[in-house]
Design a protein. Structure first.
Lengths: 112, 113
C-alpha cells in the first residue's frame, strides 16, 4: 500500500467549478508539499505546509494541513483551463532532512 | 523556470550501457536530490547530497551512483542499464537540507532500447 495516498486519481471538472484533492499519510507528517506537473515535464512548487491547521494560498489554490488526521487538502476555486495538470503531494515522513515521499498524483482536466 | 538545469533532456541507449546525467542546482542551493519517475512506480527518491556529502539514500540500485562536486553540480551515473531503468530522472535542489521547498529541473528522459 502507498505511504501517501492521493484521491481522486483523476478529476474532470467544468471551467469555473471548485474542486478538492486530498492527500493522506500513513505516517506522521513533518512537512507536506504540493507540486503541479504538466505531463512529462518538471514539477512546479506550489506550497509547503508544516504545522497542523496551517493554511496557505497561491492565487486561486488553497492548501490546508490537518496534522491529527495526517492529511492535506488542495482546493481550487473557480477552476480554469490553466489549472489542468497533475497535482502531486510530497511528504517528509522521517524528519531527517529532505527525503520526500510522493503520492501517485491526481490528474486534473478542466473543460472550457 | 525553476533555476535547476538538467542535461541532457533526452537520452536513448541500449541495455548494458552506462550513462551520466548532470544537474546544476539553483544559485545558492547547497542540497541536491535525485528522483526517478516511472508509470508503475511513480516518483521515487533516490539520493540526496548536501554540500558535497551524501545526506540520505532511498531506493537507489547498486548499479546507480551519484556525487556532488565542489561547484555543487551533481551527476547521477547509471550502469549496466536494463529496460526497466527507462524513466524520467529529476534533479531538485534546496537551500539546505531539512524542511525547505525542493525546486525541480525539467528532467532527463532515459529510454533503454
Amino acid at each position: 500500500s502507498q505511504e501517501l495516498e492521493q484521491s481522486p486519481q483523476s478529476l474532470i471538472v467544468q471551467e469555473g467549478k471548485n474542486l478538492t484533492i486530498n492527500c493522506t499519510s500513513s505516517k506522521t507528517l513533518y512537512g507536506l508539499y504540493w507540486y503541479k506537473q504538466k505531463y512529462g515535464e518538471g514539477l512546479i512548487f506550489l506550497m509547503m505546509l508544516q504545522k497542523g491547521g496551517e493554511e496557505k494560498s497561491h492565487e486561486k489554490i488553497t492548501a490546508k494541513l490537518d496534522e491529527k488526521k495526517q492529511q492535506s487538502s488542495l482546493h481550487i476555486t473557480a477552476s480554469q483551463p490553466s489549472h489542468a495538470g497533475i497535482y502531486l503531494c510530497g511528504a517528509d515522513m522521517d524528519n531527517q532532512g529532505g527525503k520526500l515521499i510522493f503520492g501517485q498524483g491526481t490528474e486534473l482536466s478542466v473543460k472550457p | 523556470d525553476s533555476g535547476v538545469t538538467q542535461t541532457p533532456k533526452h537520452l536513448i541507449t541500449a541495455t548494458g550501457q552506462r550513462v551520466t546525467l548532470r544537474c546544476s542546482p539553483r544559485s545558492g542551493d547547497l542540497s541536491v536530490y535525485w528522483y526517478q519517475q516511472s508509470l508503475d512506480q511513480g516518483l521515487q527518491f533516490l539520493i540526496q547530497y548536501y554540500n558535497g556529502e551524501e545526506r540520505a539514500k532511498g531506493n537507489i540500485l547498486e548499479r546507480f551512483s551519484a556525487q556532488q562536486f565542489p561547484d555543487l553540480h551533481s551527476e547521477l551515473n547509471l550502469s549496466s542499464l536494463e529496460l526497466g531503468d527507462s524513466a524520467l530522472y529529476f534533479c531538485a535542489s534546496s537551500v539546505a537540507g531539512g524542511n525547505q521547498p525542493q525546486h525541480f529541473g525539467d528532467g532527463t528522459r532515459l529510454s533503454i532500447l
